[in-house]
Write a protein that binds this ligand. Structure first.
Ligand code: CAA
Length: 259
């Protein structure tokens, strides 16, 4: 399938790489891009060869937010009836394989929210994160007011959402928004290496681990722990659990079959 707003490729036969590509608009997220992104994600999700997905942008911008020129024409009736933002943003939440955001440059508004919808963020030193929607008379609309405080706490989230202050990669790492910061020219190498590491893990365990961590944001502690325990128990029904433990005890490399 070909896309106009994305570049899509496979690395090492097992990592799906999606590059947002609306360079003139700093990868502003319009409906076409989000529809294409959903289609590309679902294609990788359905492809048995793919074990992990990397989502990235350009050096200058991961994404500068929802497309303001498209939004500027909207009335309340358009966004409410059309369920603006939800419709084609939900796909990423449905992806069960791990998704890494490799962020360089601006990740603002919907761009920051898109990165937060990924499982973890690796940032280049030039990355800048922000929720500057208030400056154009709106508030974050793709989960920013909910995921940001969960990621970095109330005080810094309020600071970013109310003052529109951008935080750089170092501050984002200190605050826990990103997992690692690397030099710009190492960003894709680092993200691909992490993705290949994940691909080498038993896939069912990787999917279950992702599901369990995400549950932490939806459930009470007791419910989340019980959810984790049941998933943990289910791992003992997999061939890869037998193989992983046998290989460890035999002091040999495991050969996982993702079953
Ligand atoms: N939507 C549409 N176009 C955008 C855009 C956006 N979010 N961000 C940048 N662009 C366009 C600019 O209009 C400009 O187009 P032209 O060349 O045709 O004039 C082009 O991209 C380059 O941008 P700048 O000239 O502004 O580049 P800069 O380096 O001077 O500044 C920037 C970069 C700080 C990111 C600045 O472009 C900016 O502030 N962008 C808007 C950021 C923003 O407010 N994002 C939130 C959007 S609302 C949202 O996302 C809602 C939600 O929660 C889902």
């Amino acid at each position: 399938m070909s896309y106009e707003t994305l570049q899509v490729r496979t690395e090492a036969g097992q990592v799906g790489v999606i590059t947002l590509h609306r360079p003139k608009q700093l990868n502003a997220l319009n409906d076409q891009l989000m529809d294409e992104l959903g289609a590309a994600l679902l294609a990788f999700e359905a492809d048995d060869a793919i074990g992990c997905i990397v989502l990235t942008g350009s050096e200058k911008a991961f994404a500068a937010g929802a497309d303001i020129s498209a939004m500027s024409k909207f009335e309340f009736a358009d966004v409410y009836q059309g369920d603006f933002i939800t419709r084609n943003w939900e796909t990423l939440r449905r992806i069960r394989k791990p998704v890494i955001a490799a962020v360089s440059g601006f990740a603002l508004g919907g761009g920051c929210e898109l990165a937060m919808l990924c499982d973890f963020i690796i940032a280049a030193e030039n990355a800048k994160f922000g929720q500057p929607e208030i400056k154009i008379g709106i508030i974050p609309g793709a989960g920013g007011t909910q995921r940001l405080p969960r990621a970095i706490g109330k005080s810094k989230a309020m600071d970013m959402v109310l003052t529109a202050r951008l935080v750089d990669a170092a501050e984002a790492e200190r605050a826990g928004l990103v997992s690692r910061v690397v030099p710009l020219d190492k960003l894709m190498d680092e993200a691909l290496a992490a993705a290949i590491t994940i691909c080498g893990m038993p896939r069912l365990a990787a999917m279950a681990a992702k599901e369990a961590v995400n549950r932490a944001f939806e459930a009470t502690l007791a419910d989340g722990v019980m959810f984790e325990r049941r998933l943990f128990h289910s791992m003992f029904a997999t061939a890869d659990q037998k193989e992983g433990m046998d290989a460890f005890l035999a002091k040999r490399e495991p050969v996982f079959r993702h079953r």
